[in-house]
Every structure is written in C-alpha cells, then in structure tokens.
Design a protein around this ligand. Structure first.
Ligand code: HEC
Ligand code: HEC
Ligand code: HEC
Ligand code: HEC
Ligand code: HEC
Ligand code: HEC
Length: 398
C-alpha cells in the first residue's frame, strides 16, 4: 500500500507538469482517450487488478496468449477434428505463423489473419473449444474491425464511412480490450489535471446508468445504420457521428438511431416474447411456452446478459447493478466480489445460484454461459459452463 501510494504521487506530479501546458478550460465532453496505462500511473491498484481480468486479455498476440492446447493440436485434435487451415473471407491457405492476433481464452479462442482486400483482419475457419478441447467450424465472413472490435476495444470510432461503399470505411480505436475508459469515459482532461476533473464513477450513478455501461457490450443487437466492410448488417453500435467514440457515463446508446437498430427487450416494440428470424437475433432467447408463461426470456446465445438482466426483479426494483456482483478491479480496502457468494447475503439459502443461473446461453459446442434473468421459477437444466478463473497454459513460454 505504501509503495503504491508513493508511486501514485510521483506519477501525479509528473502528470501535473504535463497538465500545465494544456488548456485548463478543456471540457469533459471534449476529453479524448488516453489509454489504461496512463490511468495506471495514478490508480496503481485498480490498474494491477484490472490487468488480471479477462477484460484486459480479450485480444492478444499469439506470442502472449496462443493457448498451449490449441498450439499443440493445431493440425488435428485428440478427437480427429482438423484445425484451422484458411482465412474465411478469401479462402486462402494460412498457417499458425500467419496468425496476427488470438481472440478469447476462457470459453473459446479464435484466430485472426490479414485480409489483403481491405487491409483489415479476417478470421480463420476453426475455433478452439477450451473446455471440450476440440476444433469447431467458425464461419464468420466479416472483418474483425467492422463486426467485432466495438465491443472488444476501447475508444472505437469510424473515421470515414461512405454508405454507398462500406468496403472503404476506416476505423480507429485507442486500445485493444476493455480498458479503463470503456467504463469511465475518456480521461484526458481528468488525467492532465491531477484527477481534479470529474470521471464517471458507476458507484455514484443510478443502478440503471451503471448497468447501461456494461450493457453497451453485454448485449446482442443488429445494426442496419452502418454495414460491415463486406456490406452485411453489423452486430455492434458505433457512435452515430463519424469520428466520435461511445463515452460511458455520458452517452445513452439506447437513443442512437433506434429506427435502424434491432435490440429486442431494450427498444420499444421489440419484445423478447417473439423471435426475429433472418437476423443475428434468430433464436437468441427462449420464446417457448414456458418462457411465455413466466414472462421471462433466458438467453440462448452468449453476450446477452444485459437483455436478461433488465427483466429481473433486481433491475426493475433498482436493487442491484452488474457491478454489485462483479468487481471490474479492486477497490481500496475491499476484497474482490465472488459473484456466487453474493446471494446468501440477501437471500440466505432461499435461492441457489446454480439452480437460478443455469448455463443456458450457448457460446461453443455444448458450452454455455449462465442465465441472468433471476427467475424464481427457473427449472431448466443447465449445460456445462466454464468455471475456471485460472490463467490457462500458453503455447509460447514467457
Ligand atoms: C494524475 C493522476 C491521475 C490520472 C492520470 C488519472 N487519475 Fe483518476 N483520479 C485521480 C485522483 C487524485 C482522484 C481523486 C479525485 C477526488 O476524489 O477528488 C481520481 C479519481 C478518479 C475516479 C473517481 C471519481 C469519483 O468521482 O468518484 C475515477 C473513476 C478515476 N479517477 C478514473 C480514472 C481513469 C479511468 C483514468 C485514466 C483515463 C484516470 N483516472 C487517470 C488522479 C488521476
Ligand atoms: C468493466 C468496467 C470497468 C473497467 C474496465 C474499469 N473500471 Fe473502474 N470502476 C468500474 C465500476 C463499476 C466502479 C464502481 C465500483 C463499485 O460499484 O463499487 C469503478 C470504480 C473506479 C474508481 C473509484 C474507486 C473508489 O474507490 O471509489 C476508480 C479510481 C477506477 N474505477 C479506476 C479505474 C481504472 C484506473 C481502470 C483501468 C485500469 C478501471 N477503473 C477500469 C468499472 C470499470
Ligand atoms: C467494451 C465492452 C465491454 C464493457 C463496457 C464491459 N464488458 Fe464485460 N466483457 C467484455 C468482453 C469482450 C468480455 C470477454 C473477455 C474474455 O473472455 O476475454 C467480457 C467479460 C466479462 C465477464 C466474464 C469474465 C470474468 O472476468 O468473469 C464479466 C463478469 C463481465 N465482463 C462483467 C462486466 C461488467 C460488470 C461490466 C460493467 C461494469 C462490463 N463487463 C463492461 C466486454 C465488455
Ligand atoms: C455487442 C458486443 C459484442 C460484439 C459485436 C461481439 N462481441 Fe464477442 N463478446 C462480447 C462479450 C460481452 C463477451 C463475453 C461473454 C458474454 O458476455 O457472454 C464476448 C465473448 C467473446 C469471445 C469468448 C471469449 C473467451 O474468453 O472465451 C470471443 C472469442 C468473441 N467474443 C469473439 C467475437 C467476434 C469474433 C466477434 C465478431 C464476429 C464478436 N465477438 C462480436 C461482446 C461482443
Ligand atoms: C443486495 C441484496 C441482493 C443480492 C446480493 C441478491 N438478491 Fe436476489 N433479490 C433481492 C431482493 C430485495 C429481491 C426482491 C424481493 C424478493 O423476491 O425476495 C430479490 C429477488 C430475487 C429473486 C426472485 C425474483 C422474482 O421473480 O420474484 C431471485 C430468484 C433472486 N433474487 C435470486 C438471486 C440470486 C441467485 C442472487 C445471487 C447471484 C441474488 N438474488 C442476489 C436482493 C438481492
Ligand atoms: C445478483 C448478482 C449478479 C448480477 C446483478 C449480475 N451477475 Fe453476472 N454473474 C453472477 C454470477 C453468480 C455468475 C457466475 C459466476 C461463476 O460462475 O463463478 C455470473 C457470471 C457472469 C458472466 C460470466 C458467465 C459465465 O457463465 O461464466 C458474465 C459475462 C456476467 N456475469 C456479466 C454480467 C453483466 C453484464 C451483468 C449486468 C447486466 C451481470 N452479470 C449482473 C451474478 C450476477
């Protein structure tokens, strides 16, 4: 504690010197993204503990994070399934040494190689299932930069976009992964002024605003306002103004081009009680008789926790936000929250989280993430979930 405080003060003094040269009247809305390392100069404990979370480990180089299991089985897994051999968009042969980035580590890992046609990155044709230790087909035929990165990076923005020719669009991001400013908004003004300019702190916001920050990514949606470089509807939601990024705590993404968005359960007129075929929301939630009777629609695909959660009594009664059960990083003097242990504090033994939160949302073959509808009638049997928090073994020794 002593050392980290001393470091923080040293960094604060250094940052203050820089701060003197910048415009003191710079407003928060004009603030830009400075990157997590800059925040870490003063917020040493938050930075160190955030680094250990999956938010900081989503997309990395093969040297850093290619899973040992996947590397060892690159040609063929123990069940005889062949590994990745080509890029999905151009169909050209690609080898393990062509991989630029690996994506994911907990449930599955996917592999990015260059797409020379756009200058972006495309996926290879197989993904590694970490629990069942096998290769599975993966058919995504859109560039990473125009289909996925908004939710897997910080400070994402379109820098040019021609609706008549989406293939020429250009994007930029301030850093890979879910950095500090994904949840706190851009911090240049705050960082340059010794932390004296306000930063959005979800703990001081309403439960609704706090969960909305997580909901920008932990949600499933389809976007016809912007297209991917391959001219398909997108599954993310870039800022409506070209050149601007989503600013957590300041922007309400629910109000952005709603007539061009499908966000069932969130936008009016888009109930979860019905299905949306021919979209990414096809069979995304349970709509069977049981769900209709309960009025509670569990997710059938991963990253839909926000849409599940806003159906719960916890959310509707303003009782809890996502971060009441999940620590995004350490807070001074507080141990990291263990999500499974939170229930007992309020419910005693009434609700067993294993029964209330079964693995229902599919993320890979026979692998699921836990339900977040908090429905007391829940009786669906869950499938296998990934429970290990331990860092998996990597192919390249550190
Ligand atoms: C130069 C040092 C410095 C840097 C760099 C810095 N902060 Fe801070 N930050 C502080 C100080 C000091 C406070 C306490 C201010 C107060 O409470 O009056 C603070 C407070 C905060 C708070 C709490 C605000 C509140 O109202 O509760 C958040 C959140 C925060 N910082 C996030 C960040 C993020 C994210 C970054 C990087 C973009 C960052 N900080 C960069 C010094 C810094
Ligand atoms: C996934 C979202 C998320 C990310 C990423 C994130 N934070 Fe936070 N941060 C939160 C939430 C939520 C809170 C409020 C915690 C609570 O509810 O008790 C918070 C609180 C804080 C606070 C206030 C602490 C206090 O004692 O009140 C600081 C400072 C802070 N974060 C800094 C950072 C820094 C620095 C980083 C990057 C290294 C970071 N945060 C990354 C969500 C995030
Ligand atoms: C910028 C997008 C983004 C935002 C904002 C975001 N997340 Fe995430 N979150 C992700 C991604 C992507 C992953 C998967 C990371 C991986 O597996 O490598 C993830 C994983 C998680 C996990 C599972 C991994 C673990 O550590 O157990 C939890 C829990 C989680 N997020 C909670 C939150 C909460 C709570 C908030 C809001 C305070 C939040 N997230 C905000 C993108 C985001
Ligand atoms: C709307 C936001 C969003 C979009 C768009 C998105 N993701 Fe994710 N992704 C997430 C979140 C959030 C998680 C964490 C799992 C969860 O919340 O259920 C995740 C998890 C993952 C994982 C599993 C990580 C692990 O550790 O196993 C991979 C791999 C992944 N995403 C790849 C992609 C790819 C590839 C695309 C584009 C085709 C994409 N994502 C588009 C939000 C998004
Ligand atoms: C901060 C206190 C708190 C925590 C922590 C908490 N709950 Fe709740 N929960 C409540 C309150 C209050 C209600 C509404 C009154 C009631 O039904 O008991 C509620 C309602 C529920 C309901 C009933 C919803 C309905 O349809 O009536 C379920 C199921 C539930 N919680 C499960 C859980 C599980 C599982 C956990 C842990 C992962 C958890 N809760 C954590 C306070 C909490
Ligand atoms: C009442 C407590 C509670 C709330 C509120 C809550 N979660 Fe969770 N969450 C849990 C528990 C318990 C787990 C299971 C953790 C485990 O397996 O160790 C979990 C797991 C997760 C996972 C990983 C899924 C898996 O199967 O491992 C993600 C991602 C996640 N939560 C995101 C969110 C987001 C986003 C929100 C808000 C929209 C949220 N959670 C709200 C209790 C909660």
């Amino acid at each position: 504690m002593r050392t980290s405080n001393a470091l923080a003060i040293a960094a604060a003094v250094a940052a203050f010197a820089v701060g003197c040269t910048s415009d003191p009247k710079m407003s928060e809305s004009a603030a830009t993204f400075v990157g997590s390392e800059k925040c870490g100069g003063c917020h040493v404990d938050e930075y160190k503990t955030w680094k250990d979370t999956l938010h900081a480990k989503m997309i990395r180089t093969p040297r850093e994070a290619l899973l040992k299991d996947a590397g060892d089985n690159w040609a063929k897994d123990g069940k005889g399934n062949a590994g990745p051999t080509k890029g999905n968009i151009d169909g050209k042969a690609a080898a393990m040494t062509d991989v630029v980035y690996v994506v994911g580590s907990r449930w599955k890992q996917r592999y990015l190689v260059k797409n020379p046609a756009t200058g972006n990155l495309q996926f290879m044709d197989k993904q590694w299932n970490t629990v069942h230790r096998q290769w599975e087909p993966y058919g995504q035929k859109n560039d990473w930069e125009t289909q996925c990165a908004t939710c897997h990076a910080t400070g994402y923005r379109l820098t040019s976009y021609d609706p008549a020719n989406p293939a020429t669009q250009k994007v930029a991001m301030s850093e890979h992964n879910t950095g500090c400013e994904s949840c706190h908004g851009p911090g240049s003004a705050h960082a340059a002024n010794l932390g004296k300019r306000p930063m959005f702190n979800p703990a001081k916001a309403t439960k609704e605003q706090s969960s909305l920050v997580c909901g920008y990514c932990h949600v499933r949606k389809e976007n016809s306002n912007f297209k991917t470089a391959q001219n398909h509807p997108r599954e993310d939601q870039p800022h409506p103004v070209i050149g601007q990024s989503y600013k957590a705590g300041q922007d309400d993404w629910r109000t952005w081009y709603p007539d061009k968005m499908l966000i069932p359960g969130v936008l009016p007129g888009q109930p979860l009680s019905k299905n949306y075929p021919d979209t990414d929301l096809n069979n995304a939630f349970y709509t069977d008789e049981k769900a209709q009777k309960w009025g509670s629609h569990d997710a059938r695909k991963h990253h839909e926790e926000y849409q599940e959660y806003i159906q719960s009594a916890h959310y509707k009664n303003n009782l809890l936000s996502c971060s009441d059960c999940h620590s995004p990083h350490a807070l001074k003097g507080k141990a990291a929250i263990e999500p499974m242990k939170t229930c007992a504090g309020c419910h005693g033994t009434t609700y067993d989280p294993n029964k209330i939160m079964p693995g229902l949302a599919s993320t890979a073959a026979n692998l699921f993430v836990r339900s977040h509808t908090f429905n007391k009638n829940q009786d669906r049997p869950g499938g296998p979930t990934a429970t290990s928090k331990a860092e998996p073994a990597h192919y390249y020794a550190k």
